[in-house]
Design a protein around this ligand. Structure first.
Ligand code: AKB
Length: 310
């Protein structure tokens, strides 16, 4: 059995479908606080259950009942929401990953856990951000991701828990709306371009961030979990990227495909978060250790997004 937490979120919505295609619907248990009827996860055919990752008893019971061989622990509060609810962000993100790792130590399952470019902060090099560099974030979300990475490495080294992780950049997808992140302006721009041909962007035109299209985000999780353990040299979390663009450059890509598209900028509190994150990430370690190689560049992503949203 493969157990997925936070399955109803942006990544889970597509990853569950890929896991069902690989392992069969009966062998994937997709959990979240609530799985919406008609959602991509509900439609995937996977078994579903309600699960709160901060509830140690419920998580322990789920592991005992289903004896998973792997847990994809996706449940978490993202950066923007985390600044509005730092208490909740700490509780869900830290409690969740600690419990999953502790259960992995006892029960022996493998773990995939997403970290983020949010582990970096204002004193990290912004261009070609190396794998090993300053991780000194200014958001609660970033703090929980740094702590989670440290815990992952600790459980891997001390207890031999097979936990694998990537530092996701912003993820762009059409199948599920983003929720509570700073990079959400990118997918939102596509949704609004199709809906109303205009978008007011919550970061300024020159804000440049690393990004990735959802099929590559799913591929990264599966490729890393498939990788030969002896090749993995990083047990905190791997830098990962596909491309970087500024908000203005993305708007240009959209305008080239949606004639009449209008963009305006009204930066809000999320600008300050974006300003502390890398603009361009160096993911050469992931490429060397497990042959990471994204399939989509910006143009192919924009074509595919708009074709699906049409
Ligand atoms: C966010 O914006 O919070 C996330 C992330 C980069 O981890 N998309």
């Amino acid at each position: 059995m493969i157990l997925v937490t936070g399955a109803g979120g942006q990544l889970g919505s597509d990853l569950v479908e890929a896991l069902v295609a690989r392992h069969g619907a009966d062998n994937v248990l997709a959990t979240d606080l609530r799985i919406e009827p008609g959602s991509p996860v509900a439609r995937s055919g996977a078994r579903t259950a309600s699960l709160d990752v901060t509830d140690a008893e419920a998580l322990t019971t789920a592991v005992r009942e289903h004896a998973p061989e792997a847990v994809y622990h996706l449940a978490g509060i993202l950066s923007a929401r985390g600044e509005q609810r730092p208490d909740l962000c700490w509780e869900v993100n830290i409690q969740g990953v600690r419990l999953v790792l502790e259960l992995a130590r006892i029960a022996g399952f493998r773990v995939f856990w997403p970290s983020s470019i949010a582990v970096f902060g204002p004193d990290t090099p912004r261009y070609d951000t190396p794998q090993a560099t300053v991780t000194h974030p200014s958001t609660m979300y970033g703090i929980t991701k740094v702590a989670g990475e440290m815990l992952a490495e600790y459980y891997a080294r001390r207890w031999n828990v097979d936990v694998r992780s990537v530092r996701y950049p912003g993820i762009i997808s059409w199948s599920a709306p983003p929720g509570g992140g700073t990079t959400d302006f990118a997918p939102e721009m596509f949704f609004e371009a199709r809906r109303s041909s205009k978008y007011t962007c919550f970061v300024g035109p020159h804000t440049r961030l690393p990004m990735m299209y959802m099929p590559d985000a799913v591929k990264a999780a599966l490729d890393l979990m498939d990788a030969d353990a002896s090749r993995l040299t990083v047990r905190t979390s791997y830098n990962l990227t596909a491309f970087s663009f500024s908000a203005e450059e993305l708007a240009r890509e959209v305008k080239a495909r949606v004639p009449g598209f209008e963009i305006a900028y009204a930066p809000d509190y999320r600008q300050a978060i974006a300003d502390t994150w890398p603009a361009v990430i160096d993911d050469s370690q992931a490429r060397a250790d497990w042959d990471w190689n994204p399939a989509f560049d910006v143009g192919a992503m924009a074509d595919d997004m708009l074709a699906h949203l049409a």
